[in-house]
Write a protein that binds this ligand. Structure first.
Ligand code: SAH
Length: 509
């Protein structure tokens, strides 16, 4: 059964870029989404696998640390394609730049397997960009060389024309850490001045990227003194000096900070993305997960929806679970009839809007008290109010509305359950590695605390501070033993992000 005969087997050789998942190409993302199997390198960010279908097979296939030989990789690509699979071979950086993608393409071609090559952002270019070094600049010559510092055999090194290389304006070495002293000596021996600036960029585009600037004469000693282990690129040339003016990664307010995100897995993408943009390393530690609440009560509320004068949504989750129940019952938003819709804040309003409904009441202050102020509470005497919300929540809203004479039905639209916590992340947080823990609701504080025993919690609280979305969450955090370093002035995710940025900028001086 040959694949090609079946007309389906295909291999995409895809460059994953250096690490930052935003540096994958659109073409790369599209072909990942249709793959039956992905064979990926050790330099590839596993986060990219999120673009795959849930049933896609993930096969670690770097030469390191899995000890699969290149021949085995080539054979696996051919075999899988011949069995009819759509295979993505995901390689760090660009597949054809020191990536042995050429050998894979040759093997596919020889076996008659159809393939496509999707380029990627190569490490030299990414390292330079993220270190604030233009690889070329009109003021500093016009040639650029990419060189492997790990030639196939020692004798190949002699094949490098060192004199020609020394004449290049910018030289970037890949895989050069182990032989750094020899490389620098060879360049200087060929006439490159020892004073030429050199940048060593380790783990470019990762939140913990490190850049160290030195000179060609001192580069080997510097790498040892600074304990710079691979992967790193070595950028040699006068352009390195431009970094003094245009380094930008280090200027981001949360550069070098580790920030824990405690929101549920389904809800953390937005906050995590904005923290990454501010330069933080994000440690995802979902403290809660959600599941539908009281199904019969929800069904009854949906059936009687036309009888309510006001429906109040106090969270995005409430909106989602209630509307899911509505559609599951074969109804649609017309079932709300003439009821007014109130929300607790802009995020809830946006979610409602995304699901085809516009909120009539959005308060100025995004807590229950703010919502009560925005509602004409006295006008609700004798009116029917529905509040689909979390199974456990503050009672101030229904209590106040009832006291004003409204007839209030609270239905548990969803409940919180224990999340799947990554033990590696939990261990790092327990060890006090994080600078800040973000709390976006009081419930995230209580659930966070349950993930640790008391001595561990106390120890981590001595090293890690809290960043809270508003005063109520901050109070809960303080009572749980946290020092609160950041408290948002606007009680929204955007307000929290702004407060974190201000904190980072102030701390950096
Ligand atoms: N095909 C890849 C290169 C693979 S060779 C590409 O185009 O980028 C592996 C070498 O690439 C490493 O030894 C290191 O020199 C460099 N490298 C890869 N990712 C890197 C990163 N994120 N930061 C610094 N160097 C990196």
């Amino acid at each position: 059964m040959t694949a090609v005969a079946q007309g389906r087997g295909f291999v995409y050789l895809v460059g994953a870029g250096p690490w930052d998942p935003g540096l994958l190409t659109l073409r790369g993302r599209d072909v990942l989404a249709r793959a039956d199997a992905v064979l990926y390198d050790y330099l590839v960010n596993p986060a990219l696998l999120a673009h795959c279908r849930p049933d896609c097979e993930h096969v670690p296939a770097g030469e390191r640390p899995h000890r699969i030989t290149q021949d085995q990789i080539n054979a696996a690509l051919v075999e899988r394609a011949q069995a009819g699979q759509i295979v993505v071979r995901l390689k760090g950086g660009d597949p054809f730049v020191f990536g042995r993608g050429g050998e894979e393409a040759e093997a596919l071609s020889a076996a008659g397997v159809p393939f496509e090559v999707v380029p990627g952002v190569t490490a030299a270019v990414a390292s330079a960009a993220y270190a604030g070094i233009p690889v070329t600049h009109r003021g500093f010559g016009s040639t650029l060389a990419f060189v492997t510092g790990h030639p196939r055999a020692e004798r190949d090194e002699d094949a490098i024309d060192w004199a020609a290389l020394a004449g290049m304006s910018t030289i970037v070495f890949y895989m050069g850490r182990r032989r750094l002293r020899d490389l620098a000596d060879a360049l200087m021996g060929a006439g490159k001045p020892g004073a030429t600036p050199v940048a060593l960029v380790r783990w470019a585009t990762r939140p913990d990227q490190r850049t160290v600037v030195t000179t060609l004469a001192e580069v080997a000693d510097t790498a040892e003194a600074e304990d710079l282990a691979p992967p790193l690129t070595i950028i040699v040339g006068e352009v390195v000096g431009l970094r003094d003016h245009i380094a930008w990664v280090e200027r981001r307010p949360l550069h070098g900070r580790r920030v824990v995100v405690t929101r549920s897995e389904a809800q953390q993408a937005d906050l995590a993305e904005r923290l990454l943009e501010l330069g933080a390393e994000v440690l995802p530690l979902p403290t809660i997960a959600f599941e539908p609440g009281d199904a019969p009560a929800m069904a009854a509320a949906v059936a009687a929806l036309h009888t309510y004068d006001l429906v109040v949504f106090t969270s995005v989750n409430g909106v989602d679970h209630f509307l899911d129940a509505l559609y599951a019952a074969g109804r649609d938003p017309r079932a709300f009839g003439a009821a007014r819709l109130a929300v607790i804040g802009p995020a809830t309003a946006r979610r409602l809007r995304a699901r085809g409904l516009v909120a009539d009441v959005v308060p100025g202050e995004f807590v229950a008290e703010g919502l009560l102020a925005a509602l004409d509470v006295d006008g609700l005497r004798g009116r029917r109010v529905l509040i689909p919300r979390a199974e456990v929540a503050r009672e101030v809203l229904p209590d106040t509305l009832r006291a004003a004479g409204a007839e209030v039905d609270v239905v548990p639209a969803y409940r919180t359950v224990g999340p799947a916590v990554d033990p590696a992340v939990r261990a790092r947080v327990a060890a006090g590695e994080a600078d800040l823990i973000t709390f976006t609701a009081s419930s995230t504080v209580t659930h966070f605390c349950r993930l640790f025993d008391a001595p561990t919690l106390a120890a981590l609280q001595a090293r890690t501070q809290a960043a809270c979305i508003g005063p109520i969450t901050a109070e809960t955090a303080r009572q749980a033993g946290f020092r609160v370093a950041v408290e948002a002035e606007r009680y929204t995710m955007g307000g929290l992000v702004d407060a974190l940025a201000a904190w980072g900028a102030a701390a950096a001086g």
